[in-house]
Write a protein that binds this ligand. Structure first.
Ligand code: FMN
Length: 324
């Protein structure tokens, strides 16, 4: 998730579940080809399994970035066709690409031609352009024509070699909603993703949007091939441990929060020894005790403590709430 996640966040999240597939935030193909590639693609081996999400609309550029991702050791390349941000739309990629299925198919084919790891696509159930009062009408229903457009998009992608469709079960609104509103105002339509899965029995379909608890995740897994969690995994990462256990009952016990803190203290010590700082690591850890006694004290101790000059990894253990 752009502006939220990074390699420190992924290292932290890996502690909750050995099996969850982690994704990078969207990184543009152009940045990888012409920017600081080593820094952009860096990750810790513990982050595996790990997918690189690319933004772009140029088949040659995306192929070059996908190859760089495979060489760097990523396990999957994912193309973003779901981000409705103005910044992204003005570069003509993200969600607006759903309006140009032929181009996306070319992009997928170009990436498939140069990598052996899976190439996947993240999308919305549809894209509309609307502003003001028209927004609500534009997202209120999902017509037969909308489904045809989604079906055509996915079919072209599958023919081009896309191996998994990850579908955020909302329309994206271009032009009239902020990125935040675009994740909240268009209604969730799991039924549309379910119909899509029924139409594409041989293509793995992953559903995304609004999933926050193990029960609805297990319900979704009865009809689709996977789920993707965004905000809940960030704000209450313990949900990943709960899911790991719900999906593999009788295997490892839930990790303790204290053990997760110890793991991160060792990580922070290594990062600081290599020239890094504590605050960029601890900022991802504020949700560790959410829903538990002492959550507020923990958040305060961690965020205030990390800003203190010279703060070191010992802060993490000191922040463990007395009530825990
Ligand atoms: C701050 C923020 C940044 C995001 N950045 C990305 C991104 O880089 N790539 C992407 O595919 N989705 C991005 N998303 C969307 C999420 O991946 C997800 O599709 C959306 O939040 C709905 O799922 P959720 O209800 O589980 O959060 C972002 C979401 C947020 C809140």
């Amino acid at each position: 998730m752009m502006d939220w996640t990074d390699r420190h966040c992924r290292y932290f999240l890996r502690g909750f579940s050995a099996d969850v597939l982690l994704y990078t935030e969207m990184i543009t193909a152009a940045a990888i080809l012409r920017g600081d590639r080593a820094r952009l693609l860096a990750f810790d081996p513990e982050e595996h399994p790990l997918a690189l999400q690319l933004g772009g609309n140029e088949p040659r550029e995306l192929a070059g970035a996908a190859r760089a991702g495979e060489e760097a050791g990523y396990d999957e390349i994912n193309l973003n066709c779901g981000c409705p941000s103005e910044r992204v739309a003005s570069g003509a990629f993200g969600a607006c690409l759903m309006q140009d299925p032929a181009r996306v198919a070319e992009c997928v084919a170009a990436m498939r031609a140069v990598v052996r790891i899976p190439v996947t696509v993240k999308m919305r159930i549809g894209v509309v352009t609307a502003a003001g009062r028209d927004v609500h009408e534009a997202v209120a229903d999902f017509s037969a024509r909308d489904f045809e457009a989604l079906h055509d998009f996915v079919q072209r992608l599958q023919v081009a070699g896309c191996q998994v469709a990850i579908v955020h079960a909302r329309k994206a609104v271009l032009g009239g909603l902020s990125p935040k509103d675009n994740r909240e105002i268009p209604p969730l339509r799991y039924d549309v993703v379910r119909r899509l899965k029924q139409a594409f029995t041989s293509l793995p379909v992953v559903v995304n949007g609004g999933l926050r608890e193990p029960r609805p995740v297990l319900d979704a897994l009865a009809w689709c091939d996977g789920v993707m969690l965004g905000r809940e995994a960030y704000h209450r990462p313990f949900v990943l441990a709960e899911l790991q256990q719900a999906l593999h009952p009788g295997t490892a016990a839930l990790p303790t929060r204290a053990a997760l803190i110890d793991r991160m203290a060792s990580y922070a010590a290594r990062e600081i020894a290599a020239g890094g700082r504590l605050a960029p690591i601890t900022r991802h850890m504020l949700g560790l005790y959410n829903g538990e006694p002492g959550a507020r004290d923990y958040r305060r101790a961690l965020s205030e403590g990390a800003r203190t000059p010279g703060a070191g990894p010992e802060l993490l253990r000191l922040a463990i709430p007395a009530a825990a």
